[in-house]
Write a protein that binds this ligand. Structure first.
Ligand code: ZN
Length: 184
């Protein structure tokens, strides 16, 4: 396992559409090592999620873990479909856009279909904060960053965000996510 360098805004790999993973590759030691590296890097940077392009691997793989008590989930070749027309607003951060937060509206619930790191198909419905994190990570696989979707007038550096709070309210005073949002 190794902690990898996280690509920062301006690196072209963050803007590429990542390649699908060949399912025959998933069980190889190389791919499994990459999964371990992705998880270890996410942990080292205190992220809630991390997509492979962020560690300079342009493939459709991501990991997320909202709660350290739960097992991390690896999603390979994920396909997401909103299951509600309801949009919810929340502040997001990104390990590739260090030290900022911005307000993004996204569907509040999604269905996810993908492979896991054992190359098995699985599907689940994610809601609320989990739906937000998965959509943020899936965007990375398409070369999209949350700042592309954020209300530009909501953008803030962390120090100012802590001091002044959200410049544009989310409309959810008791947002269930972490108080300062997480980095993904
Ligand atoms: Zn991100």
């Amino acid at each position: 396992m190794a902690i990898r360098k996280v690509a920062q805004l301006g690196h072209p790999i963050l803007r590429k559409v990542a390649e699908p993973v060949d399912s025959a590759q998933i069980l190889t030691p190389e791919f499994q090592r990459l999964c371990d590296d992705l998880l270890e890097t996410m942990g080292a940077y205190d992220g809630l999620g991390l997509a492979a392009p962020q560690i300079h691997e342009s493939i459709r793989l991501l990991v997320f873990q909202l709660d350290s008590e739960e097992e991390p989930l690896f999603l390979i070749n994920p396909v997401i479909t909103p299951t509600t027309a309801l949009l919810s607003a929340g502040y997001e951060g990104c390990l590739s856009v260090t030290g900022m937060r911005g307000r993004v509206e996204r569907p509040d619930a999604i269905r996810v279909e993908c492979l896991d790191r054992d190359a098995k198909k699985f599907a689940f419905v994610a809601e609320g904060w989990a739906a937000r994190v998965v959509q943020h990570e899936c965007d990375h696989l398409d070369g999209v960053l949350y700042i592309d979707r954020a209300d530009p007038r909501s953008m803030a550096f962390m120090a100012e965000y802590r001091k002044f709070g959200p410049l544009v309210p989310t409309g959810e005073e008791d947002e269930e996510g972490p108080e300062e949002g997480g980095e993904e």
